[in-house]
Design a protein. Structure first.
Length: 254
């Protein structure tokens, strides 16, 4: 059964959330402080995390930053942010921090419940977060094929595949290990259309997750493109596959 961690200081609100979310066949755990949340994350694997920005012992964003460092087994879990009333929200900025969605207080619990269900729908079949957290090192045996280097620089992008660090215009973007593997394959073959079936087979082999299919690949490409703001680089060739374009060469010549 999937597990959700609710990190909310308002005990009554947390209890209401727990009751609502248990209706969708999940185990729901709640805590009201960063300290308790850290302890829970150190001992449990969660498939989704709901976190308030304002907690009695600190800012919820601090824990989100720690999750982005990959120090918890649940680091790849989708995060839904509970923001205070009046907060200025930029979804593109939230995405760069690894936040999947948000809701602003006061809110209808049924709306949050729908957001949770949407995130679970994206975690279909064996493409589970537990499998992602156990991936082997990405790209083993092929690292030297990227321009002879482990660090790739393209316009405003710097991709350090060895360190798992990825920046866009100097800002760090968190990618899970599957996304790192996908990005590596695209960049290795820039300017070349990677056919869907061949790319699915390669990702299955490199990640050892057999549940990857073309539908999951399509969603992963979309998410990767949004996280990197790379719509001018990652292109879909409809009915065929995907490629990282040569757009950077055009930029340099212009």
């Amino acid at each position: 059964m999937k597990k959700i961690l609710v990190i909310e200081a308002d005990a009554k609100l947390a209890e209401r959330l727990c009751r609502a979310l248990r209706d969708i066949d999940t185990r729901v755990f709640s805590c009201g402080t960063l300290e308790a949340a850290t302890a829970s994350l150190e001992n449990e694997l969660y498939q989704q995390i709901i976190i308030d920005t304002e907690l009695p012992d600190g800012d919820g964003y601090a824990l989100i930053y720690e999750l982005g460092l990959g120090i918890y087994d649940s680091s790849s879990a989708p995060i839904i942010l509970i923001a205070s009333n009046g907060s200025q929200i930029d979804m593109s900025e939230l995405g760069k921090q690894g936040i999947s969605d948000y809701i602003t207080k006061p809110f209808n619990i049924s709306v949050l419940k729908a957001k949770v269900c949407t995130q679970f729908k994206r975690q279909t079949r064996e493409f589970s977060l537990r499998a992602i957290s156990r991936f082997e090192a990405i790209g083993a045996g092929s690292r030297s094929s990227i321009i002879g280097e482990h660090v790739v620089e393209i316009d405003d992008y710097i991709f350090n595949f060895d360190m798992g660090e990825f920046t866009v215009a100097g800002e760090r973007v968190r990618l899970n290990r599957f996304e790192q593997c996908l990005l590596r394959n695209l960049v290795e073959n820039k300017g070349v259309v990677l056919k869907k079936k061949a790319l699915v087979d390669k990702l299955r082999m490199e990640t050892r997750v057999r549940g990857i299919d073309e539908m999951l690949l399509t969603e992963a490409v979309h998410m990767l493109s949004n996280k990197l703001s790379a719509q001018n680089y990652i292109k879909t060739v409809y009915g065929i596959g995907y490629l990282w374009t040569m757009a950077e060469d055009k930029n340099k010549s212009g």
